[in-house]
Ligand binder design. Structure first.
Ligand SMILES: [Zn+2]
Length: 350
């Protein structure tokens, strides 16, 4: 019999609700995840104390993660391997989850992601983004076996971490448009299922009218971030969620470190790319959503001059060689870039 459908690898459990962390003990006792109960828990420096106090898993060993570096991830991976753990849960923000994902992959054990903020789409993705001696690198890893989002923790996360992932999700629209551009110009194959998941996730957030700290909104955002991670797993690359928007984000990160979080920069990058694509409908949707949630849209909002932003746009294509986007299609001169950035900054000022 011919194969009737493709097989997807996906987390076994997605649990998004207030107080979800308290269900972690029962989840880790699931014999599909750990048969002998030898589990480890990794927490970050910020909320580690309060998280461990809330956990009801006496037998799990707690590891403290100092930072989001490749070195920390390798060190955790070695310790997990040395003590023959069966599974590890990473509880915290993006850095803690990325370090734990990499370490679990290295030790060859399943990883449970427990997100305490919704800053970007790494919570359920097969990618770990880590700092190293020459900048930041993205590493392909096995995706989490379970994803838990505790809405109580997310609601209390400091701005803009709680919901900067809004910018990361809406940038899917721009990434998908770039992918379709690549199909038209270079013949690159587009994966329709990955596009369906990435674009639906973006629209769910764009059209959810709620206040960013409400459970209704945060649930939609968490689910959209999970779907974005799955879209990347389906595509086998970050293509459905990362186009010119993310090239600009990486360039700003390189040139002006500390300007904004991943989600904030991806959102502004997506708006600029929609503007370049002369797609007023898409630009309006993205702009209205970012403005509604108080996320930056213009160079000024990011604390950059138009000239600084233009410099980042010029550098952007070099941050992701081989990825064809609106920036590669236009391949603008420095003068053209400066002019397009000026008109963009004017259009969305105030
Ligand atoms: Zn992203």
């Amino acid at each position: 019999m011919p194969l009737l459908a493709r097989m997807l690898s996906a987390p076994m459990v997605i649990d998004v609700r207030p107080g979800a962390i308290r269900g972690l003990g029962a989840l880790l006792a699931d014999r599909r995840i750990a048969t002998r109960g030898r589990v480890a828990v990794a927490v970050g420096p910020g909320q580690g104390d309060s998280i461990t106090a809330e956990l009801e898993i006496d037998e799990a060993e707690i590891f403290w993660i100092a930072d989001g570096s490749h070195r920390s991830a390798v060190s955790l991976g070695e310790r997990l391997r040395a003590r023959a753990y069966e599974a590890v849960a990473g509880i915290g923000g993006g850095r803690t989850i990325d370090v734990t994902k990499f370490a679990a992959h290295m030790a060859g054990i399943p990883m449970v992601a427990v997100a305490t903020n919704l800053a970007h789409d790494g919570i359920a993705s097969p990618v770990s983004s880590l700092e190293h001696e020459s900048g930041k690198g993205s590493y392909g890893v096995v995706m989490p076996v379970a994803v838990v989002v505790d809405l109580d923790r997310v609601r209390c996360a400091p701005d803009p971490l709680a919901s900067a992932g809004i910018g990361d999700v809406v940038s899917n629209l721009s990434a998908v448009a770039d992918w379709e551009l690549a199909a038209a110009d270079t013949g690159e194959q587009v994966d329709g299922l990955a596009v369906a998941m990435a674009r639906s996730a973006a629209h769910a957030v764009l059209h959810q009218p709620g206040y960013a700290r409400s459970d209704e909104f945060l649930t939609v955002l968490a689910e959209a971030l999970v779907l974005s991670g799955l879209a990347m797993a389906v595509a086998g690359s970050s293509r459905p969620c990362s186009g010119g928007d993310h090239e600009i984000m990486h360039a700003i990160d390189q040139l002006y470190p500390g300007t904004g979080s991943h989600g904030e920069l991806a959102g502004a990058g997506a708006l600029f790319c929609a503007h370049l694509r002369a797609n007023p409908g898409q630009a309006e949707l993205i702009s209205a959503c970012l403005a509604r949630h108080g996320l930056p849209r213009t160079p000024d909002d990011l604390g950059l001059s138009a000239a600084d932003f233009a410099k980042a746009v010029e550098l952007a294509p070099a941050t992701r060689p081989g990825r064809y986007t609106i920036l590669e299609r236009l391949s603008m001169s420095a003068a053209e870039t400066a002019q397009r950035v000026e008109e963009y900054a004017r259009a969305y000022a105030g």
